[in-house]
Design a protein around this ligand. Sequence first.
Ligand SMILES: [Zn+2]
Length: 151
Amino acid sequence: MQLFIEGYRSHNYHLYNAITDATFSYAESLLGRRMMKNLEIDIKLTNNLKKKEGAYGFCHITDDNLNRPRQFHIEIDTGMKHSTREILTWLAHEMTHLKQFVKGELYDYQDGSVQWKSRRYRRRLNYGDMPWEREAYRYETKLYKGLRNEY
Ligand SMILES: [Zn+2]
């Protein structure tokens, strides 16, 4: 797996290392060593992402191959007021979406509809009703706890 981290506070040794370790740990838990091998992830750290874009994190496919994507861009809010725990939890959430894309569980169509496993959702669901979000919220806490237990 190739990992690039840049942006706000990426020069902070502690934060940079914590994010690196967490990304590898999450990828291994979610995908296993074999599947994570070919991944390329760019992580952009942004100050006040929530204020600017309305969320603490994003995960986008940057691969040309949308059916078997292996290249991703993740953005995370690393504003000073956020704890490392919060930042690593948001990262776990976005890594869960990455897993959903890699495994082909989640697919965004041009027309705005979304395929989740065997079901295609044509109408916009409420955020809390989206099964891929529910899974990401379930996993983020689990993954973060698993990471803590490694130390
Ligand atoms: Zn989400």
